[in-house]
Each structure stands twice: as C-alpha cells, then as structure tokens.
Ligand binder design. Structure first.
Ligand code: NDP
Length: 419
C-alpha cells in the first residue's frame, strides 16, 4: 500500500517497527531514521528476511527542519511517524507541511528547555487562561490546524495508549454505549515488576516531568489543579489486583473536554508503588529532575539528562519485566433515559510482549496503536485535512484493529467506580 518514515529508534519505536513489519500489506516499505543510526541498523538487521516490508535506515536530527525536509523529499513517504520525543513535534510538523506529507505522533508538544524565556512567556499566559500548569498542552499543535487544512494534509496527534487508545474508547462509548457521557475516569495500571529499585518504563525525562507535575482534572467546565500526588485511591484491577493510584494531569483530558459533548468530569489516575514515589521525591528534592543546565567541573550539564544516563534504558527492561498492565476508561452516563456505567479496558502481559517483539508492555501498548493510527491514515479509513486527536475519528476501524494487532479490549458494564 505505501511507505512510512519512522523517526526515532527507542523503546516505543522498536515496537512500531516490528508491528509495521507484521502489517506488510499496508507498510510495504519503511525508513527508520534517528539520531543514532546504529540503533536503526541493528533493528533492520534483526528484521530483514523475516518480513516482506522493505527497510531502509538513515541518520537525522529531527530538531533540524532542513535536514528533515531533505530526508522526506528524498524518501517520499506517505506518512511521517514521529516516535522520537515530544520536543520534536513542531519541527517534524513543519517539515511535513513543507513536503506535503501526513503526520502522526504519540505525545503532545513540550519544549526541551522549559527555562527558554520566549516559551515561558506564552506558557505563563496559558496557565492563567486555562488553569493548569503542565508543561505540555495541545495549543502549540492545534495552532497548525489551518495550515494542515489548507495543505489538504492530516496530522493525527497522540496515537499511543494514553493518549490514544483511551480516546478511541471514549469515542466508542459515545457512539455505541451512551446517549450522554457524564464522567470519565481513565485508569492506567502497570502491575509489572522489572526488579530494579528504580527505573522508568519510557523515556525518563518525559516520564519524570509528567509525574512530578501538579495533578489536575476537568470538572463542570474548568480545570481543578492539585499538588502532585495529593489524590490517592485504591482500585482492584482485573488480572492485576489491588493497586494504589494517583490523580495526574494528562493530555487527553484537554481534548476530551472539548470533544465529548456535555461531559461533567474527566480524571486520570496512574498506579505507582511506594518505592517509585520515594525515589522520585528524593531525586526531586536534591534537584536531579531539573531541566536547567548547571556548571559541573567546567562542563554544562542538565541534571535530568545526567539522571537519564544513570538509569536503566527503558528499551532494556523487556527481558526482566513480569506481570501485566491494565489500562482503560470507566464511564458513567445515560442510555435510553436510564443511568448506565461501563468500563472498557485492555490487559497486556509484559512477558508475552517480550516473546512477540522483544519489548515490555509499556512500549508495546504505545507502539501498537502508533502503527494502527498510521495505518488508519495510510488506508484512507481516517482521512480529513487538519489536526486531530483520536476521538475525532470513527472509532470502529481502530477498535477492530486493536483486537487484530495485539491489544484486545473488553467491556464490563457493572464496574466498581472510583469515588
Ligand atoms: P526513547 O528515549 O526510548 O526513544 C526516543 C528516540 O528518539 C531515541 O531513539 C532517540 O535517539 C530519538 N531522538 C531523540 N531526539 C532526537 C532528535 N533530535 N532527532 C532524531 N531522533 C531523536 O523514548 P520512548 O521510545 O520511550 O518514547 C517515545 C515517545 O513515545 C515519546 O514521545 C513518549 O512521550 C511517547 N510515549 C507515549 C505513550 C502513550 O501512551 N501515548 C506512552 C509512552 C511513551 P537516541 O537513540 O540517539 O537517543
């Protein structure tokens, strides 16, 4: 059917690449391009001969629009899949516009340097206007809507699990299960154990920024912000068991609040063990989560980047991680005039993911929907010019593809609710 350019070659990209190679009738050719080309070559070498998909590799600095444009013009893909970091979202979108190619990613834009005065000025204005202080938000990418519309191109934002699949669950509930959705609780549970005292399951910089930030939720038309980790609940997850979970800010709340008509409350909870939280608090207290460069023995170092170099690479957690993830959405609302509840969720086994593609379930649950999102655009199933999040498209082909490609979902119409 076509060609995809995959940018980035870390933990999530490795799953995306394996899955594209399983879906060769859509992904006839892929190019893997990243900062460290040797990683791209290593995956190509592993997969060549096991798949009809033709694989090429390249080196690219995705912070540099001109470099991206040269690569895209030369390869001529049908889509650019941004599986690098959220820092590169805008440069890759700019390059796609210049070259006339569709775009997708798995996480919304945030800047690498949050002390940049030009960015901070816009950020502080947004905090006041919107009422939440997370460094990441959709405004930067939504600002590209008209440009993509005029170019007749599609940008699909946030097609991982959360964001991504969680929004497909919401669109599915809206289409098939409810006349009116009143509340949505997104529950992200990782019951896996990698045996390290402390490690993050995806890029440490992005992960630690996200979980150390104040939490917030949407209620009655506005944001309510709370100190980090200050709302805690216990939930008994199917196939995982009881876990403590904490309310976090999360990007899909922002788009769902706009796209689910009449929704009264949207919250996001993620499970954490006490050991993870103690390590994180300690690292934060000593300044290791800071993104501001410091002078150390004649070198400029960014503490959180130094920490990243010390921590286990998430891409290496696969062989060590045991247990399951359970991620989904609990809905309350009305159908045919009656009160109704529903819980749509997926359970994913770390060891089964490792056996299939050599990665743990966090990378798997992100990489599979990234491949599916790109396939929706490449096959024309999702096709409208502009910049969109997952819940703005018909959920049915995406939900069908989740069952087919390794993330089957189930519905419990009588779930325990979160108070
Ligand atoms: P990794 O750090 O493992 O991989 C990032 C990759 O991007 C690396 O290969 C890195 O290159 C490459 N890269 C970084 N900067 C550049 C650049 N300037 N130019 C080219 N390549 C670059 O991250 P993950 O795989 O864990 O995460 C990937 C994305 O997935 C992130 O955006 C993350 O936020 C998102 N994510 C989304 C989730 C969801 O459910 N929606 C869940 C988990 C993650 P190098 O190898 O040289 O370092």
């Amino acid at each position: 059917m076509g060609k995809a350019l995959i940018i980035g070659c870390g933990g999530v990209a490795s799953v995306v690449i394996h899955k594209c190679c399983q879906n060769s009738s859509v992904f006839e050719e892929i190019m893997i391009a990243s900062r460290t080309k040797s990683k791209c070559d290593a995956i190509k070498e592993k997969l060549d001969g096991t798949t009809p998909t033709k694989i090429r590799t390249a080196k690219v600095d995705a912070d540099n629009v001109d470099e991206l444009v040269v690569l895209i013009d030369e390869y001529k893909p049908d889509i650019v899949m941004n599986i690098a970091l959220p820092y590169q979202d805008l440069t890759i979108m700019d390059a796609c516009l210049k070259c006339g190619v569709n775009y997708m990613d798995t996480a919304n834009y945030e800047p690498e340097d949050t002390d940049d005065p030009a960015w901070r000025e816009i950020y502080e204005k947004r905090c006041k206007e919107e009422g939440f202080t997370a460094y990441f938000d959709y405004s930067w990418q939504w600002a590209y809507k008209e440009k993509f519309e005029k170019a007749g191109l599609t940008a699909l934002l946030g097609s991982g699990f959360d964001p991504g699949v969680t929004q497909a669950y919401c669109a599915y509930a809206q289409k098939h299960l409810f006349d009116q959705i009143d509340t949505i609780d997104i529950l992200d549970c990782n019951g896996g154990d990698h045996g390290y005292p402390f490690a993050t399951n995806f890029n440490p910089e992005i992960n630690l920024r996200e979980v150390s930030a104040p939490g917030s939720y949407w209620e009655d038309g506005h944001w309510v912000e709370i100190p980090a980790m200050s709302i805690k609940r216990e939930y008994d997850f199917d196939q995982v068991g009881k876990k403590d979970m904490y309310l976090l800010h999360h990007e899909e709340i922002e788009s769902l609040a706009k796209n689910i008509p009449g929704v009264k409350r949207i919250r996001f909870f993620m499970t954490f063990g006490q050991s993870y939280l103690t390590h994180m608090k300690c690292l934060e207290n000593v300044g290791m989560l800071s993104t501001a460069p410091i002078e150390f023995e004649g070198h400029q170092i960014v503490p959180i980047q130094f920490l990243k170099a010390l921590l286990p690479d998430p891409a290496t957690l696969g062989p060590r991680t045991k247990g399951k993830t359970n991620i989904g959405c609990i809905f309350t609302g009305k159908k045919d005039g009656k009160e109704k509840t529903a819980y749509i969720y997926n359970v994913c086994d770390h060891e089964a993911c490792y056996r299939e593609v050599g990665s743990q379930a966090i990378s798997y649950t992100t990489g599979v929907p990234a491949m599916i999102g790109a396939a929706m655009l490449m096959t024309g199933k999702w096709n409208k010019p502009g910049v969109y999040t997952v819940e703005e498209f018909d959920p049915d082909p995406y939900m069908e593809a989740l069952n087919k490609w390794g993330l089957p979902w189930q519905i419990n119409e009588n779930p325990a609710l979160v108070d």
